[in-house]
Design a protein around this ligand. Structure first.
Ligand code: MLT
Length: 274
């Protein structure tokens, strides 16, 4: 039987995951995967609107929010296995998959390896490329700095890159919420995930094989996974839709949830009609 609600705990293969499961019984399922280093609460603005017509599952990736870190080395592949284990445990045969940034890396890897389990893909502020040597070096420095100076400095520096300039004027509250999410993440999870991101594989070569409807969204001021990366994915995924979100940086679903949700709902309605 379905367990409806928020912050539900489920233990699958010795690993405890925290997830929200909301919306009507029998409705199409959408699974929301958060970015790094956040947690499932980053989808609150989307869950509010999506639950009218969809069963919405937002879960905490291993080591984030209220999900256990476990003992395995973190990798995108492990995060994908966790996703599939969760779907199996919840008896979800097929779902729409929506991921932001790291969530998008997980989604792209999941659809590559388990194409039959997904009926639509929403890629937000993400990219299909692997880390460049420069990006790897930056992550290694970040790991060192977390050890030397602590998470507070890491959170302050991260926030500077995450948001569009306009958000520092209009969205101070949201910036504080995101900073709190970063501070809630444990040091071992931050470091293990930074390392996992350095070793992730590119998924660009698989984009032409994606046969389900795809929506790509990106904040116009996203400095981390910029619009040029989104355009490249759009070019390589036949039939995909690209929407650039105004007044938003890397966290477009939070910074301009109004515009983001309009595109998201329109896309989901079109998928439902297919
Ligand atoms: C994220 O938001 O998930 C991160 O910016 C991903 C990354 O650092 O590559």
């Amino acid at each position: 039987m379905r367990n409806k609600g928020t912050n539900i705990k489920i233990t699958v293969k010795n690993h405890t995951v925290s997830y929200n499961d909301e919306g009507p019984n029998g409705a199409p399922v959408i699974i929301l995967i958060h970015g790094f280093p956040f947690n499932k609460s980053m989808w609150n603005d989307q869950t509010e609107v999506l639950t009218e017509k969809c069963r919405v599952i937002a879960y905490d990736v291993r080591g984030f929010g209220n999900s256990e870190a476990g003992t395995d080395d973190f990798s995108i592949e492990l995060f994908v296995t966790d996703l599939l284990n969760l779907m199996d445990a919840l008896k979800i045969e097929k779902a729409m998959l929506c991921g932001l940034s790291m969530g998008g890396y997980i989604a792209l890897n999941a659809i590559k390896n388990y194409p039959k389990r997904f009926c639509a893909l929403i890629l937000c502020d993400t990219n299909c490329v692997a880390d460049t040597p420069e990006a790897i070096e930056k992550r290694m420095i970040a790991i060192e700095n977390i050890d030397k100076y602590g998470v507070e400095l890491y959170a302050n520096e991260s926030v500077k890159n995450l948001f569009a300039p306009i958000s520092f004027v209009t969205n101070q509250e949201k910036i504080a919420v995101v900073k709190a999410m970063i501070l809630k993440t444990t040091v071992p999870s931050l470091k293990a995930t930074l390392l996992a991101l350095t070793t992730r594989k590119e998924t660009c070569n698989n984009l032409p094989d994606i046969k389900v409807p795809v929506l790509i969204m990106v904040g116009e001021d996203d400095k981390i996974t910029p619009p040029v990366a989104a355009r490249q994915m759009h070019k390589n995924i036949k039939g995909s839709i690209l929407n650039v979100i105004e007044n938003a940086g890397h966290l477009s679903n939070i910074e301009n949830s109004y515009e983001f949700n309009i595109y998201l709902e329109k896309f989901i309605s079109s998928v439902r009609l297919k």
